[in-house]
Design a protein around this ligand. Sequence first.
Ligand code: ATP
Length: 346
Amino acid sequence: MNFLELQGLSKRFDDFTAVSECSLSIAKGEFVCLLGPSGCGKTTTLQMVAGFVPPSSGRILLDGRDITAVKPDKRGLGIVFQSYALFPHMTVADNVAFGLEMRGVAASERRRRVGETLELVHLEALTDRYPRELSGGQRQRVAMARALVIQPPVLLLDEPMGALDAKLREEMQIELRALQHRVGITTIMVTHDQAEAMTLADRVVLMNQGRIEQVGRPFDMYEQPNGRFSSTFLGKANVFTGQAQGGTVSVDGHRLPCADLAATGRVDYIVRPEKVEITREQALVRGRISARVFLGNHWLFQVDTPLGPMQITHANTGLPQAGESDEVGLIWSGEHARVVPIGAAA
Ligand code: ATP
């Protein structure tokens, strides 16, 4: 059963539509990431769920109850924003206890719950420290504890790791996922970072210009993007516009392979860089390597072809690779191509 439901949610600021007709069903315990480029409406959507921004139209249901008009503090949701300002003059324990105090929870119960929650985020040894005595990652965990201690039905996270450096951010992502699994709390997180969304989310909700472009599990969305935008925002992709007819796709006179082609007419033909092989044998297209970059675990090639520039990635096997200016052939299997009628994404 759906625990949290957004039904046709829209937000207009004067004549600008920031969020348009967003519908989404989230199951209890699910971790959903709202992913998309800057300004696509992620934060506005989250703020509507939190209750800070009233929708222009649409409804929000929590456990079957319409909460669209309920005030933020009465929704009882846990919220962590990027600027998770902790109270500087309060200890870690007092920061976490604050929400319980506001709710009139008795002192002994407060102590118990604060202790439990700090253990959950592995901060039990730092209860008496002040925020200035903590690292960025520890402060982020206090913010998480502060949101979790009230045992909210839903946790809302808006770029909660935006202020952390890349390495710490990666560590915290693993930690957050483990924490979310342990607590089993329904979570919506906003991020513009595709790797973060793929690491954390059960399902990714990809947004673009106020609309939901695609919803899916990270693997499914990566393997089956529903158009040019999805394929290039989540991962890298070679995308060609062509004409589908009689089971193949023709791009500038080149017939490209595909499996089970049902579409006809104008299509986007999508193939991921790691699915393309460089070959000296019979090839689908030929081209010249214009750039080759070594990235440790893999190589990245840019190849100029009659279809346009293509990107190819190969795992580093320790063997020598083709070099810049080399003429090469490129081949890939029709199974790995994704063909999407233009205008089909929804
Ligand atoms: P970012 O990743 O940059 O935070 P976002 O996807 O979270 O972006 P939103 O903050 O939801 O985007 O904003 C969506 C659009 O709505 C933007 O164009 C923004 O300028 C606009 N917008 C947001 N809040 C308001 C407001 N109060 N008044 C007018 N326009 C607004």
